[in-house]
Design a binder for this molecule. Structure first.
Ligand SMILES: Nc1ncnc2c1ncn2[C@@H]1O[C@H](COP(=O)(O)OP(=O)(O)OP(=O)(O)O)[C@@H](O)[C@H]1O
Length: 261
């Protein structure tokens, strides 16, 4: 068992005495995808700023693995609209060698846009560019603040798929904030429902039944999430064990069809 990448121990942040993040305990390890959900003002951004080390704690402690490299995708990209800026130049500004920048752009599916102006990118392309910039640092941990913002619904699903693939390929940890509850439920391993304190946390299928979740998001949201289908890249045999996708053993059944109740 390797050490967690980041450990929060009773992490608490107050602004002028008002609590924004209340005694949070959290461990993020390699291979984890942890999604933070919660209403507006719940302290989500403050929490990930604490993980990044740009928001001091009022109380509690945070421990980062020695030599940890974090790749961060911010909520907004602030660009000077009058400044011409190509994707290539934007990536070069991060100080990472050109070859690593190109590789990262290929990994996020926007390698062909090297000469394009960042001002003319679509919402999805822009988010993939930001993801590439974060990846170029070869991060142990990816921190994403609403990565699918400004992306249409098909693009959102593709982006969450990409994040999962990158996690598998790079074996990094991922912690992200999302408001896209349906996609979160289908694409994440662990959900942390925040409302200053942790209301509830766990596997997505369990979270939507948790009374604290229902109290925070309302019965109708919980009901709409309680039955959902998620896509698997693997199959189960009759004993429920995971077996390789595409294995034609007749004992196997496709998992993609079952909903969770
Ligand atoms: N630098 C700051 N100074 C004072 N108050 C702050 C500061 N940053 C955040 N807050 C307050 O802390 C609370 C939590 O804010 P935060 O941005 O973490 O919430 P959030 O869950 O990310 O919200 P949203 O979903 O709206 O982005 C809010 O009430 C916000 O006004």
């Amino acid at each position: 068992m390797t050490d967690p990448l980041v450990t929060l121990d009773n992490a608490t942040v107050r602004f002028d005495g008002v609590i924004a993040v209340d005694h949070i305990n959290l461990k993020v390890s390699r291979g984890d995808i942890i999604t933070i959900i919660g209403p507006n003002g719940a302290g989500k951004t403050t929490l990930i700023k604490a993980v990044l080390g740009i928001q001091p704690l009022s109380e509690g402690a945070i421990h980062r693995q020695a030599g940890l490299t974090i790749g961060y995708v911010p909520q907004h990209l602030h660009l000077q609209p009058t400044l011409p800026l190509t994707v290539k130049r934007f990536m070069a500004l991060s100080g990472v060698p050109a070859a690593a920048c190109r590789e990262a752009l290929e990994q996020t599916g926007v390698g062909h846009l090297l000469a394009a102006s960042v001002h003319h990118l679509s919402g999805g392309e822009r988010q993939r560019l930001l993801l590439a910039r974060a990846l170029a640092r070869k991060p142990d941990l990816l921190v994403l603040d609403e990565p699918a913002q400004g992306v249409d619904i098909n693009g959102q699903a593709a982006l969450y798929d990409l994040i999962r693939q990158l996690r598998d390929r790079l074996h990094c940890g991922v912690i992200m904030i999302s408001h896209d509850l349906h996609l979160v439920m289908a694409a994440t391993d662990k959900v942390l429902c925040l409302n200053q304190h942790v209301c509830c946390s766990g596997h997505p299928e369990d979270i939507s039944r948790d009374p604290a979740f229902i109290e925070t998001f309302g019965q109708s949201v919980a009901e709409s999430l309680a039955v959902y289908h998620h896509r698997h890249n693997h199959q189960h045999n009759l004993h429920g064990d995971v077996v390789a996708a595409g294995d034609s053993d007749s004992e196997h059944r496709e998992c993609s069809g079952h909903g969770h109740h």
